[in-house]
Structures are given as C-alpha cells and as structure tokens.
Design a protein around this ligand. Structure first.
Ligand code: SF4
Ligand SMILES: [Zn+2]
Ligand SMILES: [Zn+2]
Length: 304
C-alpha cells in the first residue's frame, strides 16, 4: 500500500486518504483545523479547557491544540477524577507529565469534593448502571470547572465513533431533543452558565486518533474503567463496529444525518429553552438538575 501523495509506504487507508506517516500526521491536523475553522470552534484569545481523561483521544487533542493555538489562546487541561480505584489515579501522572511538557495548566476536579462520594462508593449505594450517574456528574463538573477557570469553551475529544454512538443511542431512545444538541458545538441552546462544548476531532475516526497518538509518541495508559461496557453505550459501540465492517461509511452517514436534522431543528427552533437549576444555578431543563438530584440522593442514602 503506497501513499497517494508521495508514493512512500502507507500507514493507513481511510476516507481521508491512503497516506504515509508524514502525510497522515499532516492530514490529521488539517482535518482538526478545518473543523475548527468551518464551525468557528475557537476564536483568537479564547481560553480553551480541554477535557482530559488521559486517553489517546484527549492527549492527541491537547497536543494538536497546544501546538497550533498555544501562542494565541490559553489552553488548559481539566481532568475529572471520578474516584475509581486503579483507573483514574493511574493516568494522572501521565497527564501531568504531558501537560508540563506542552506548557499547559493542569487542573483536577473530583466527584469526592463535589458529591462527597467517589464513583466507587456511589456504585455501592445507588442502584442502576454506573455510567448513567457518572456521565451526568462528569458533564456537570466539567461545566463547573470551565466556569471556575474562566474558560470560554470546553474542548472534548469525542471522535467519529463516539459521536456515531451518541446518534444511535438517542435514536433508539427516541430523544430528538438530545440528538440535535450533538455536533461540533454541543448544545444548540445558548444559556448563561453553560460553557459551549466543542469537538474538534469529530470528523476523525477512533482508528485515526489511535494511530496519530502512537506516531507522535503519545503513550496513553489503556486501563479500562471497571464499569465500562455494561451500559447501552457498550452495546451501541459493538453494533456500530459490526455495521461499519459490513458497510464502510455507515458511521459517517449517521453523523451526516444528525447534522442535517440538527440544522433543520435549529432553523425551526424545535428545541426547548433551558432554564436554571434552583440549587446550583447551572443550566437545566428541569427545576433541579440531574447532578443535584444525584447529589441529594447520595447524601440522603448516606445519612440514613
Ligand atoms: S465507563 Fe462509565 S463509570 Fe467508567 S468512567 Fe466512563 S462513564 Fe464513568
Ligand atoms: Zn506520503
Ligand atoms: Zn443543580
């Protein structure tokens, strides 16, 4: 397999081309930059908080953003420590090391400080799939952390595979409201107290992100979360991989359908307005946001 640009040995073949190491790395960064430019994800001078899980995706994103925007924007790294033994604590050192070498401020916020309980103890006292509560708390805490650090945007490392999973999950859950909040800028509703989320890697696949991290010597620790794979997301992830192997391009088609639907809904304003949680004042479609409900539930159970 030969690179379509220089005839050198190709390292990958995707819809972005059959490319050698040098041209693949250039293409990867150019897709990120085109996504940022096309959807106006980052403006000069903005403070960008990268949600850093320590995985290959978020470290690759942090690397590309600090390399290309470090001199005109402040890039910070925010890690949410869920409090899962043997998982997050192992990746913290690696994250800190990369942040130091890329001259990026490294901040950590924990569930323990916010809810008063680690994810490990939440799973023991709260019924249901751990990822449901964990996802709510992480989104909430990221928004809180971004506001506290003065960030203008939160950059998440969702790739095309993640976004396709989101589309399918919302489709099967008949949740158009949530689906139209997907896309390169999450949340079509502008609201005070909501820091917009951007997804610069949205048009790159998991395979491309993995290869980019390896070729750049970014060694993420691949310690899986012990609670991963139990939820609906795990099922969707497996199904999408099966479908993609039978019909190449179906992942991207899912994204394109969502984007078309999103544009129509935004034009017709067929989405609800957002108010604020009565307790934490953060944006919420209900009187009390889901994160505060979890907090109340956990502390209620703990005190009984
Ligand atoms: S896999 Fe689930 S429980 Fe584990 S960190 Fe992710 S959302 Fe949280
Ligand atoms: Zn080449
Ligand atoms: Zn709240």
């Amino acid at each position: 397999m030969r690179c379509e640009i220089c005839e050198g040995i190709a390292v990958i073949s995707t819809r972005n081309g059959t490319l050698c190491e040098t041209h693949f790395k250039k293409k990867f960064e150019s897709v990120v930059m085109e996504t940022i430019k096309k959807y106006k994800l980052i403006r000069r001078g903005e403070i960008i908080a990268v949600a850093n899980s320590g995985g290959k995706d978020s470290l690759s994103l942090l690397y590309v953003l600090s390399k290309n925007f470090g001199n005109k924007n402040k890039i910070i790294s925010i890690t949410i420590d869920e409090g899962i033994a043997g998982y997050r604590n192992k990746t913290m050192e690696t994250m800190k090391k990369y942040c130091d070498s890329w001259k990026v401020e490294y901040c950590v916020y924990s569930y323990k400080d916010f809810v008063g309980a680690t994810m490990d103890s939440i799973t023991k006292i709260r019924e249901g799939i751990p990822c449901a509560a964990c996802g709510v708390l992480r989104r909430h805490m990221l928004n809180f952390a971004a506001m506290e650090t003065g960030a203008d945007k939160i950059a998440t490392a969702h790739n095309m595979d993640d976004e396709a999973e989101n589309v399918l999950m919302n489709l099967f859950q008949n949740d158009l409201e949530k689906m139209v909040r997907l896309g390169p800028v999450s949340g079509v509703v502008e609201s005070d107290g909501f820091v917009p989320r951007i997804k610069p890697l949205m048009f790159l696949s998991e395979k491309e992100t993995m290869l980019f991290s390896i070729l750049n010597g970014i060694t993420a620790l691949h310690t899986p979360c012990p609670y991963a794979g139990f939820g609906f997301r795990g099922v969707m992830s497996r199904k999408i991989k099966e479908i993609e192997s039978e019909m190449a391009g179906s992942k991207r088609n899912l994204i394109d359908v969502m984007m078309a639907l999103r544009d129509t809904c935004v034009k017709n304003s067929t989405y609800k307005t957002i108010s604020n949680c009565k307790l934490c004042k953060m944006p919420s479609s209900n009187d009390i946001c889901e994160a505060c409900l979890i907090k109340i539930q956990i502390n209620g159970i703990k005190s009984n």
